[in-house]
Design a protein around this ligand. Structure first.
Ligand SMILES: [Fe+2]
Length: 303
């Protein structure tokens, strides 16, 4: 059996069963897609031991860090495959104020940052993605196509984002915003166990993101959580984009039992969301326009 070629560079596959297409982003470089290389085997094949077979291919070894930005109570996540010689790494939801800290950690750990990703267009802080791209040549920004914002790679539901031998699945979870996605670590014996879901603001620990701005919809959020997150194994770790009470991680099973909003029926949930009476988000008028262009609003204005 042919082993998949392990490549630290961008390997983004749209549905594992079909060849990886080029993305439509004008800044996407075909060379960054393994269009002529064999894609990783589907999870079913990975389970049969392809990645740990007698040919000596090493399974991925995950390095994971949860980082906190206190002004907006945002979590940034660092993932890397340190079993790969280049130690490829990615950041999910970096914040502009803490980019120096994050990049310093990447350097200390000897990692090679290749992606700076967002779960959605944030309204409460400016993404660090643009700064990171300036400071680390070659890093690609990633956000959903449905967000209608600019990035090097515009991902959609079903895409797989590969990092060495690790991969993240993209699940569309609109409702907090139109373009929200959840990134979920791969399903396979060579992938981290338990699985990890980076839910952005779609599902928070014992809560969820508001649905009254940015194309939000309480009905859509309810459907997203129940169809895309609560269908994951119950031991899947839930890592949200924010926490305001000091929680750091939950599980799918825990939220299915104890989330005070999403354990309700849909009509009750909608009523809860319609009566939150939250103040106007204080950063939204600055953050959203900036985040629509990767946090590089000044450059976009001059262009
Ligand atoms: Fe948000």
């Amino acid at each position: 059996m042919l082993l998949p070629r392990i490549n630290h560079r961008l390997l983004l596959l749209r549905h594992l069963s079909s060849p990886p297409p080029f993305l439509s982003s004008p800044s996407s470089s075909p060379s960054r897609f393994l269009s002529s290389s064999k894609p990783p085997s589907p999870a079913s094949n990975l389970r049969s031991g392809v990645m740990t077979g007698p040919m000596g291919v090493q399974p991925p070894k995950l390095v994971f860090r949860q980082l906190f930005e206190k002004e907006s109570s945002t979590y940034t996540y660092l993932l890397a495959d340190v079993a790969h010689p280049d130690k490829p790494a990615l950041l999910i939801d970096p914040v502009d104020r803490t980019v120096d800290r994050d990049l310093s950690l990447v350097k200390d750990l000897g990692l090679k940052l290749i992606y700076a990703m967002n779960t959605h267009v944030h309204a409460d802080h400016i993404t660090g993605t643009g700064l990171i791209k300036d400071m680390v040549p070659g890093v690609k920004s990633v956000i959903s196509k449905a967000s209608h914002s600019k990035a090097d790679l515009l991902i959609e539901a079903g895409d797989k984002i590969c990092l060495g031998s690790l991969f993240l699945e993209v699940r569309a979870t609109p409702g907090h915003t139109l373009g929200c996605v959840t990134y979920v670590t791969g399903d396979g014996l060579d992938q981290p166990y338990p699985r990890m879901a980076f839910t952005g603001d779609t599902l928070l620990i014992r809560g969820c993101g508001r649905t009254d701005f940015q194309g939000g919809s309480s009905s859509q959020l309810y459907q997203s959580v129940h169809s895309q997150i609560f269908t994951l194994p119950k031991d899947t770790l839930v890592y949200p984009a924010h926490d305001y009470k000091g929680f750091t991680v939950s599980t799918v099973g825990e939220e299915m039992l104890y989330n005070p909003r999403l354990t309700k029926d849909e009509e009750t949930f909608k009523s809860i969301m319609e009566n939150l009476n939250l103040p106007y988000p204080k950063m939204i008028d600055v953050a959203v326009p900036a985040n629509m262009v990767c946090g590089l609003q000044d450059r976009a204005a001059k262009a």
